[in-house]
Every structure is written in C-alpha cells, then in structure tokens.
Design a protein around this ligand. Structure first.
Ligand SMILES: Cc1cc2nc3c(=O)[nH]c(=O)nc-3n(C[C@H](O)[C@H](O)[C@H](O)COP(=O)(O)O)c2cc1C
Length: 357
C-alpha cells in the first residue's frame, strides 16, 4: 500500500485545517510536536495573514506542518437569490444590531497571492479545499519540495485529484464537520454524500496515490478501521476543535458535548455551500431556504455570526461539527495525539489477535 511519508509525521494523524480562527499556530505546533501533522488554514485570510501565521508556527516548532488553501469559486448562478436571502436575514441583523456583509466581497480567496507566498517560502505540505488545482500548480509545489493533498468526496473526484498530479487525496466522508470539499457545488447532488468507510474503500480501489480519511473520526479505534480499509492516515477536525490550543470560541467548544445540541446537519444557511454544523436556531430557521451561493452567503452572514459570538449567543453562530461531536475530549492537543495513537495501537493489536483466531 502506498503511504504518506512517515518522516513528515510518525503518527498517521492529521489535524484538519480549520478556517475561521480554529487552526491557530499554537494548535498546529502542539500536534506536530506530538508526532501528528499540524495544519494552518489559510481560508478567509489574506496572503500576508497566512504568511505571518507560518512565521509564528515556525517559531513554535521545527517539525513539518501543512497549510490549506481554498480554490477560487465560479460565479454564482443566481445572484438575485442572494438578495432575497439578504432580505430574509434582516431580522437577524436588527436582532444582533449589525449590518449584513457585502456578498460581493470576492470569490478567489487571494489564491494566486497565497500560492506565490508558498512558492517563495515553501512549506512541507499544502492541501486544497473546494476543487482541483491546475496540474502546473501541483508541479510547481512539488518542485519547491512541498507534498500536496486535495480533498475529494467521491471516487470520481479522487480520480480527478490523481490525474491532476497530487501526491495524496483526502477522502472526506459525509460525516465530516465543516464544509464538504466537493469540487463543484451541484444542488441536485444534495443528500448524495458518501459515508467514510464506504468512501475510503472506493477511493482506495480507484486511485494509486495515498488516501487520507476524514469525517467523524474521534477515537484511535476508528483510525485503525480506516487504515484497515485502505487509508494511509486519518484527518480529524472536530476532535481538535475541543483541544486546549484550538482557537474555537469557548461556546463552540462547549456546544460539542452540550445536551442542547443533539444532532448535526449539512446546511447552506451560513455560507451558501453544504457544511456540517450543530443544529442551532440559525440553521433551523434559515437552512431550508438558503441559496446555493458560495462564498456570497459566507460574506453576507459573516457580521451576523461575529455579532452573535460577541453577544455570547451560540444559537446565531456557525457551530461546525462532525457527526462524532459528542465524543470530543477537552485535552491539550499533544495529549490528544498521544491518546489517539495509544488507542490506535491497542485497536491494531486487537485486530491482529482477532485475525489470528
Ligand atoms: C471548524 C471546522 C473548520 C473547517 N475548515 C476547513 C478548512 O478551512 N479547510 C479544509 O480543507 N477543511 C476544513 N474543515 C473540514 C476538515 O478538513 C475535515 O474534513 C473534517 O473536520 C473531518 O470531519 P470531523 O470534523 O468529523 O473530524 C473544517 C472542519 C471544521 C470542523
């Protein structure tokens, strides 16, 4: 089986890049120091903001780490629907005493500028969300000594990732917290998400490059399961949201295990693209009619979500979480990596003992 380079990270545990201030340098450093692969999230940041975080992280650890980029997004099919949604959010704006954001605040997330920084100052790993980078981009990163990974949510998308020349593919199951990394947002495909164990097996049989499994993984035993299904490593997001060093809002961390939140849902309510969050008031009220318009809706709701957080109202925030959220453990991130690695080792021993019987 092809594998991810274990000199990069001895434990097959990747801390998911998490935009919105969660995957801060302190979190990534703690994970990488413990032998996992820490990640920075460049999404929604400027190229300079990303560069400053990389510098900060390099000051905290000499271990390898990754940086995640968002692909530029196509024009929204129905801009008028964004205007209608803005009207529907008027009550939120007056409740939180703020103005909705400008939906036309850009759709390329500073991609070219960020790539230029990463080619000038190469980092060990770069991963991509929301599409497949051009072959030349992946080649230039490889020439710079960077290992590349690209998200995929189906076997077809995984084959596109391999064809483009990426070093590894991240198979993201429908259980995953945050945005689904589908390459093209097709509303007709809503509800067609594939569960992780099924996806990993399909992707493993479809491509020759290493597979990193993401979605709903909270315990080492689940990591053992995806490795047995053909993955080379596991990427965990929600598990690290709860870590001490995570930059997530305290209310977000608490909500993961609060009895107030009994389920998650894939919703367009906050950003216009399907993303999994704890079902709170905002999601329940606006999810049913939120348009397919990313990142327009992200820009539109950003000040509302910020104001809700400032007011200490978790019912108006985007509480991104995967289906395993209730199993979150509030630990220092390094300790979490160690616990996961110990659980993984125990599960592997149990699996091989079972196999010998
Ligand atoms: C709070 C949060 C933010 C996320 N932001 C990003 C991101 O910026 N880039 C990315 O590639 N994936 C992002 N994801 C998705 C993760 O990469 C990963 O697929 C997911 O966390 C796996 O599912 P889990 O949360 O159940 O572990 C995010 C996930 C969460 C929970």
């Amino acid at each position: 089986m092809s594998s991810v380079p274990t000199d990069l990270f001895p434990h097959p545990i990747v801390q998911a890049p998490m935009a919105g201030g969660v995957a801060v340098p302190q979190l990534a450093a703690a994970v990488s120091e413990a032998g996992g692969l820490g990640f920075l999230a460049a999404g929604y940041k400027t190229a300079d903001g990303m560069y400053q975080e990389i510098k900060q992280l390099r000051g905290l650890t000499a271990r390898p780490f990754g940086v995640n980029l968002f692909l530029p997004q196509p024009e929204t099919a129905d801009p008028a629907a964004v205007g209608v949604y803005a009207d529907q959010l008027a009550g939120e704006a007056s409740w939180y005493e703020t103005e909705p954001g400008d939906p036309d605040s850009g759709r390329d997330d500073g991609y070219d500028a960020k790539l230029a920084v990463l080619l000038d100052n190469p980092v060990p790993v770069v991963s991509f969300h929301f599409g497949v980078p051009a072959r030349e981009v992946l080649e230039s990163l490889r020439r710079a000594g960077t290992y590349t990974m690209v998200n995929a949510t189906t076997a077809e998308e995984a084959r596109a990732v391999e064809r483009a020349g990426a070093d590894a593919v991240i198979a993201q199951g429908v259980e995953a917290g945050g945005h689904q990394g589908t390459h093209r947002d097709i509303p007709e495909a809503d509800g067609a998400g594939v569960g992780l164990l099924s996806l990993v097996a399909q992707v493993h049989e479809s491509v020759g490059i290493p597979v990193v499994a993401a979605g709903g993984i909270m315990r080492g035993g689940q990591i053992a399961a995806v490795l047995a299904a053909g993955a080379a490593a596991a990427q965990l997001g929600t598990a690290f949201v709860a870590a001490h060093e995570s930059g997530a809002h305290a209310l977000h961390k608490q909500a993961l295990t609060s009895p107030l939140y009994v389920r998650t849902e894939l919703t367009r309510a906050f950003s216009g693209r399907p993303a999994r969050a704890l079902a709170n008031r905002f999601l329940r009220e606006h999810g049913p009619y939120a348009p397919a318009a990313y990142p327009d809706v992200h820009h539109l709701t950003a000040p509302l979500r910020k104001a809700a957080a400032k007011a200490g109202d978790a019912q108006g925030m985007a509480l991104w979480a995967g289906q395993g959220h209730r199993m979150a453990r509030e630990l220092p991130a390094g300790q979490l990596v160690e616990v996961l690695a110990a659980e993984l080792a125990a599960a592997r021993t149990a699996l091989s003992a079972g196999g010998a019987r």
